[in-house]
Design a protein around this ligand. Structure first.
Ligand SMILES: NC(=O)CC[C@H](N)C(=O)O
Length: 331
């Protein structure tokens, strides 16, 4: 049987990182090894796919920008259009994997598999997790099972969906989880087993199109705490942000001075999305929060960093809060 054709798009991260010794697992340098060396280090890849590689950029993922995302999304869409490509794997630093995954989940225009993979230990470490993660990711990207499942994140033998996956631990190899809503499945000896899927729309079924975009609307995140003030949101407004995501306490609650200032900013045309600094559960409209009156939207179960992505894309389509709220319940 013919093997699936998988293109590996490399972007950097620890999976491409090197340390001074085999026991160096912190204080190493991310984004050192190129895509050809990553592929050469895992000869087993040829058992599951015909792979080729392309270096899209080479960065630590905390430095990911909107511009990187637009470049990557266009590259993924262009690659998946090719008849001789069955799936794409993206190697990526783990810090912002969940954000890139969700962005691509909203703007990739194909049912072919897109799998993002990283590692928690550098390539030079004992028991480096990169090679097995890359093997699993390529097997998943070449599989029939992954078609139409949206953008996937594959580390630690697990398959996570882009919408719900979160990095939950700063150092362990089982860091990627989809808390409460659940992972999608496992990869066992190179064979994916899916158990569930998100009900939210993704990839070919979204209304977002980045093919003609050179930039994304300016949206930043402010973080709530006791003794909260308006310094950050004032600075965002002064800098010309068109949207602000507020990571509120509890159910996206806002300290009185923050609420008052955000209400004024909304009246000036800045879009306000309430999310939560709590890792689980929806941020819910109305009740004492009065979102209809203030014309705020809520993030539902999206984390603040994913709410920022959806709000940016929403603002490329509309300025209407009700429309934007519909999108937050759709994607
Ligand atoms: N484990 C990692 O990949 C983290 C390395 C780096 N901070 C990054 O996200 O690229």
């Amino acid at each position: 049987a013919e093997k699936p054709k998988v293109v590996i798009l490399a972007t950097g991260g620890t999976i491409a990182g090197t340390g001074n010794t085999s026991t160096t697992t912190v204080g190493y340098t991310a984004a050192k090894i190129g895509v050809d060396a990553l592929i050469a280090a895992v000869p087993e890849l040829s058992k599951v796919a015909d792979v080729s590689g392309e270096q899209v950029f080479q960065i630590a993922s905390e430095s990911m920008t909107n511009d990187h995302w637009l470049k990557l999304a266009k590259k993924v869409n262009e690659t998946l259009k090719r008849k001789d490509v069955d799936g794409v794997v993206i190697t990526h630093g783990t810090d912002t994997i969940e954000e890139t995954a969700y962005f691509l989940n909203l703007v990739v225009k194909s049912n072919k598999p897109v799998v993002i993979v990283g590692a928690m230990r550098p390539a030079t470490a004992i028991s480096a997790d990169g090679p097995i993660n890359l093997y699993n990711a390529v097997a998943l990207a070449g599989s029939k099972e992954a078609i139409g499942q949206g953008v996937l994140v594959a580390l630690n033998d697990e398959i996570q969906g882009a919408r719900d996956v979160v990095k939950t631990n700063t150092m362990t190899t089982n860091t990627f989880r989809s808390p409460e809503l659940g992972s999608l499945g496992y990869i066992v000896s190179g064979k994916p087993n899916f158990y569930r899927a998100s009900t939210r729309k993704h990839t070919s079924n979204t209304e977002f199109d980045v093919s003609k975009l050179d930039s994304l609307p300016a949206v930043n995140i402010a973080y709530g705490s006791a003794n909260a003030n308006t310094l950050a949101i004032d600075a965002f407004a002064a800098a010309g942000d068109v949207g602000i995501v507020y990571a509120g306490t509890g159910n996206g609650s806002l300290a009185a001075p923050v609420r008052a200032r955000l209400t004024e900013l909304r009246q000036k045309g800045i879009h306000i999305n309430r999310s939560s600094r709590i890792s689980n559960g929806p941020t819910i409209r109305n009740g004492e929060n009065n979102d209809d009156k203030t014309d705020f939207t809520v993030a539902d179960t999206l984390s603040p960093q994913k709410a920022r992505i959806l709000l940016m894309l929403a603002l490329t389509k509309t300025k209407d809060s009700q429309e934007i709220q519909r999108m937050f319940y759709t994607y």
